[in-house]
Design a protein around this ligand. Structure first.
Ligand code: CP3
Length: 354
């Protein structure tokens, strides 16, 4: 059953209309990591596909897992099933997803280590095929008002994985490099930035209707490093996209930005702001005067369910529904989340009336 609807006044998909600053009597919603391991049908397909990357680069599998949450919950947007780490992979950095350990790269620690990296766009051809296949599948299954989101990691966040060789707690190596040798680090960031621009332009050409830029580790930088490695590269991306596609909205999600959310909103050129769960609702309301916002329920609250889920979701809806708003989580769905909790939350949002 489709849950997505159009804005009655503009005839636009509710999600896209909110990104353009529009409001309607229902709040659009989708969830980061809405396709994934919390769904039994995902786990079943994942077991059949073999590795995670085998799934990402197989348009049939990737289309199917993108559709799975829509069929259950009728979100207003589907997000392409892929990963932010396909960019370093397409640049030639060897990538493995080890079971239960997350991504593993052979780390890049200096200019010598990345000077041979070269973008092979053909590696990402299956991702564009997935987008084309999704465009027709979404229609075929009757989700006429569901928008398709494409995405990439922000250069800083992608660089953290390339340099640390995987997930990190301290970001020691990448920060050390940025502090000690900013000129060569800037060349790495520039390589990622330019590759990301090409990748996102190809996603738009293939049919995505909006873009989200995931800067999951924006929050580990101080103010001046934040400007250099978060704001400037993100602005390059939004400007390049706007040049040929001014109509494609870009959601920036600089997780953990705290007080720096405001400067991000004002300087990067993004269309809307993805808020993490630490952003207080008072502050979210203030940021909403600058840009439409998306967020920010704590994924652990969704995992918990019950009255705390209902109360917290309603508090967010009450506080943020008066201005352009898309309901989402403050980070991705946790894999232990009971699928019924997603159903409960989706109904709370769909039934909420302004
Ligand atoms: O539904 C969706 O949101 C679309 C697909 C999507 C995935 N990853 C699938 C995925 C998206 C948008 C991402 C983004 C992503 N990938 C980010 C930014 C968002 C965030 O979570 O902060 C980051 C940092 C990554 C890198 C990444 N991918 C890590 C660190 C891991 C391992 C950790 C984990 O959760 O397992 C992945 C793997 C990954 N990406 C999975 C999925 C569904 C799990 C893979 C599996 O099935 O084993």
């Amino acid at each position: 059953m489709t849950g997505a609807v159009k804005n009655i006044k503009t005839g636009k998909k509710l999600f896209l209309s909110a990104l353009q600053g529009g409001r309607s009597n229902r709040i659009p919603f989708w969830f980061m990591r809405q396709a994934g391991r919390y769904l039994p049908e995902y786990r079943e397909l994942r077991a059949r596909a073999g590795g995670f990357l085998d799934m990402v680069y197989n348009p049939d599998f990737a289309t199917e897992v993108t559709m799975q949450p829509l069929r259950r919950y009728g979100m207003d947007a589907a997000i392409l099933f892929s990963d932010i780490l396909v960019i370093p992979h397409a640049l030639g950095q060897k990538l493995e997803f080890l079971h239960g350990e997350g991504p593993k790269f052979e780390p890049i620690r200096c200019e010598e280590d990345f000077k041979n990296l070269e973008y092979t766009e053909a590696i990402l051809a299956p991702v564009y095929e997935t987008i084309k296949s999704l465009k027709s599948q979404i229609q075929k299954e009757g989700f006429y008002d569901t928008a398709l989101i494409g995405f990439a990691g922000a250069p800083w966040t992608v660089a953290t994985y390339m340099v640390e060789g995987g997930s990190s707690r301290t970001f020691e190596n990448v920060k050390k490099w940025a502090y000690c040798n900013p000129e060569t680090f800037e060349r790495l960031i520039e390589l990622i930035t330019q590759t990301t621009i090409r990748y996102l332009l190809s996603q738009i050409k293939a049919g995505v209707e909006a873009i989200q830029i995931f800067d999951s580790w924006a929050g580990v930088l101080d103010e001046s490093e934040y400007n250099r490695w978060v704001i400037i590269p993100t602005k390059k991306i939004t400007q390049a996209l706007a040049q040929s596609h001014p109509d494609i909205p870009v959601i920036g999600f600089p997780k953990g930005s705290g007080f720096l959310y405001e400067v991000y909103a004002k300087k990067t050129g993004v269309t809307a702001l993805g808020l993490d769960s630490q952003v207080p609702l008072e502050k979210a309301d203030f940021l909403q005067d600058i840009l439409p916002v998306q967020g920010n329920l704590d994924p652990v609250c969704l995992l918990t369910g019950g009255m705390s889920l209902k109360n917290t979701a309603e508090k967010i809806l009450e506080k943020l529904s008066a201005k352009p708003f898309i309901f989402n989580l403050g980070h991705g769905v946790i894999k232990e989340t009971p699928p019924e909790h997603m159903a409960v939350l989706s109904e709370i949002i769909k039934n909420w009336r302004i």
